[in-house]
Write a protein that binds this ligand. Structure first.
Ligand code: NDP
Length: 237
């Protein structure tokens, strides 16, 4: 288990689900952890009390506030951009503002946060965005805009890996498949459909995503960069 003692870690979108599991993983590894949230104050306060992490209310869709929060953490060792929105439905009737907000949170925010973090980041730093297997495969109707956002992340990590490689900063995407969270509950209406696309037919546990993220952030991840790390039970196979 990687040890993160003394490491300065920021998790964007850490109050619930995958992000909360990532906060717990780094905190239990000894890191100084801060995380952002937007709506879930009670869950954030409880997670902060449980882990010793610092909860900061910052809407990833507010670019200036996001940049200020990232800059305010000083020289980071690890940035995890987990905050994400999911808007599914018929593209002919979906609300255009909801689509644009999803693009703000899933595409613009990871880019601006990653660039801001890199300004002060320590050598051997790690930038990890939580993408999705849907960046590679969208096997059902209604997911075009979501898939668009997660595919956009793929180009970003490849490019930023080139930009920051001379400082030994790695940039990668973790691409989960169906993972048990409020966004995609294992007992929800989409569960059976999700499992039909998977080689191993169960939801992924949030701590499985967190442990994979920790591996990338740890010493053995030093030469993994510009890559898409898929953990999806064979959803994209
Ligand atoms: P949840 O909806 O369960 O949790 C989302 C988290 O992101 C919450 O902590 C939420 O904060 C935060 N967040 C959302 N929008 C913002 C925002 N504008 N500003 C700051 N924080 C925000 O989602 P999951 O845990 O399931 O998903 C996490 C990531 O993993 C997302 O990027 C998602 O696309 C990706 N993913 C998830 C999969 C799944 O099956 N669950 C599969 C593939 C990828 P708050 O509580 O305050 O609202």
């Amino acid at each position: 288990m990687a040890d993160f003692s003394g490491k300065n870690v920021l998790v964007l979108g850490g109050s619930r689900g995958i992000g909360a599991a990532i906060v717990r993983r780094f905190a239990s590894g000894g890191a100084k952890v801060a995380f952002t949230y937007v709506g879930s104050k009670d869950a954030s306060d409880a997670l902060a009390a449980e882990t010793g992490a610092e909860a900061i209310r910052t809407d990833s869709a507010d670019r200036d506030a996001l940049i200020a929060t990232v800059a305010g953490r000083g020289a980071l060792d690890v940035l995890v951009v987990n905050a994400g929105a999911l808007v599914l439905g018929d593209p002919l009737t979906l609300d255009a503002d909801a689509i644009d907000r999803m693009i703000d949170v899933n595409v613009r925010a990871p880019y601006h946060a990653a660039v801001e973090a890199a300004r002060q980041m320590n050598p051997d730093g790690r930038i990890i965005v939580i993408g999705s297997t849907n960046g590679d495969r969208m096997p059902f109707a209604g997911g075009a805009a979501y898939a668009l956002t997660k595919s956009a992340m793929q180009g970003m990590v490849r490019g930023l890996a080139r930009d920051f490689g001379d400082r030994r900063i790695t940039v990668n995407s973790v691409q989960p498949g169906p993972t048990d969270s409020d966004m995609n509950p294992s007992d929800g209406p989409m569960a059976a459909t999700m499992h039909s696309f998977m080689a191993i037919k169960r939801h992924i546990h949030t701590d499985e995503i967190a442990e994979y993220t920790a591996f990338l952030a740890g010493p053995h991840g030093a030469m993994i960069t510009g890559s898409l790390q898929t953990i999806d039970g064979g959803f994209g196979a």
